[in-house]
Write a protein that binds this ligand. Structure first.
Ligand code: MG
Length: 412
């Protein structure tokens, strides 16, 4: 079997869901999804000639071939691995279909038949659609028809209405009613801005507001629901410790990305001073990105993103190393059902799986993007493991085309 083509398409969800399709001379087509990035489909097009004529079943060798070919441009990390991650997943889909077995079989078989999913609740309200540099946009499927002013996600201008404990409480009760047993809320929301958006410093007023938001969630659902919170690597170590200590009484599932994840010492400082599990990983690449922080126990819960970290094999090596260090794995995930189900195969095949993220509650066509499994894909907070060969679903191209990002090729 030989690869004859690589095609891409981008769907405008709440993020750019970027699909890669590997086509073979035997008619088998593999589907993968990449984490968004500036210039991503251009990178994918650059990788295509490396794959043409190759046997798609040689997954590990093709990974190494792409890694070597791009090594001068970014051998240790970076968005080239967003592209490689999607390609690698598509190769697993080809191999699974060729062998007539689901991907989780190829990863060593399953520990579980259904995958626990946690709902990302953002700041208590719907997350706007964001482009590849995290600027808000008005996507075609969004209900609001009001004129949209694009904003930078990280600007924190302080001119938005503060997030309210009541919003957090309502969102928590709604997601709990849908059956989710774990929820995640953001701490870096309107009302928590300091006087300077760049210096990583938190005020007491911001800390009090954060505690009131998470307290509202805990009072509403905290007895029977796990609660995680996310800081998006915004703060300095000593200030985020102040927040975390106040949040200890809510017995959080985890505190995510308190400080930039590539500073092991800062992460370790927070992890050692706080009686809450510290989670990080969505911005780390390859096994090497995790090796030091796991070995030094600078974190407690590992959160790789399967559409970015380098692929399913890389994620397996991270999970095995984390397991040796008794750390659970809770994959980050902002993808369409394509990436979510690839992650689900991985989650089934590792012993130390905790929960998989779902970030698209507000996207009305999320379930409609794939065919081949009963809907809704997430039922009472769990995804049933796909039973069909390979990934287990195909893309509904009619739906995908309806929401395709303008200016991007659509499998052309
Ligand atoms: Mg996060």
């Amino acid at each position: 079997m030989k690869i004859v083509r690589l095609k891409t398409a981008v769907v405008e969800g709440n993020f750019d869901w970027t699909f890669v399709r590997i086509e073979t001379d035997e008619g088998i087509r593999g589907l993968g999804e990449c984490f968004f990035a500036p210039g991503l489909t251009s990178i994918l097009r650059s990788l295509e000639p490396l794959l043409i004529g190759e046997d798609p079943r040689d997954i590990q060798r093709l990974f190494r071939k792409m890694q070597l070919a791009t090594s001068g441009a970014g051998s240790v990390a970076g968005i080239v691995y967003n592209a490689i991650s999607g390609i690698e997943a598509a190769l697993w889909d080809v191999l699974g279909q060729w062998l007539d077995v689901p991907i989780y079989r190829l990863l060593g078989g399953k520990f579980r038949d259904r995958i626990r999913v946690y709902a990302d609740c953002h700041g208590g309200q719907a997350l706007e659609s964001l482009d590849e540099v995290l600027r808000s946009r008005h996507a075609s499927w969004e209900a609001s028809k009001a004129a949209h002013t694009a904003k930078d996600y990280f600007s924190q201008a302080g001119d938005d209405l503060p997030s309210s404990p009541e919003d957090y409480r309502r969102r928590a009760l709604a997601k709990r009613a849908e059956g989710f047993t774990a929820l995640k809320f953001d701490l870096d929301v309107p009302g928590t801005e300091g006087p300077d958006p760049y210096n990583r410093v938190l005020s007491n007023r911001a800390i009090d507001h954060m505690v009131s938001l998470i307290g509202a969630v805990y009072d509403a659902v905290g007895k029977d629901t796990d609660i995680a919170v996310d800081c998006h690597w915004r703060y300095n170590a000593s200030d985020v410790v102040k927040v975390a200590r106040e949040l200890e009484l809510f017995r959080l599932l985890w505190l995510e990305d308190p400080v930039p994840p590539n500073n092991t010492a800062a992460l370790k400082e927070v992890n050692s001073k706080v009686r809450l599990p510290i989670a990080t990983g969505e911005n780390l690449f390859l096994f090497e990105g995790f090796q030091e922080i796991i070995a030094q126990h600078a974190l407690s819960i590992v959160t790789p993103d399967l559409q970015k970290v380098g692929g399913l094999s890389v994620a397996q090596s991270v999970a095995q190393f984390a397991d040796v260090h008794t750390m659970p794995v809770a994959p980050h995930n902002i993808s369409s059902p394509v990436g979510t189900l690839a992650s689900a195969h991985f989650c089934a095949a590792i012993p130390n799986f905790l929960a998989l993220e779902f970030h698209a509650s507000d996207v009305p066509f999320w379930n409609d993007l794939v065919e081949g499994m009963p809907k809704p894909l997430i039922n009472r907070g769990f995804i049933a493991l796909p039973k069909k060969p390979g990934l287990g679903v195909t893309l509904n191209e009619e739906v995908a085309r309806r929401y395709a990002r303008r200016g991007e090729p659509f499998f052309e």
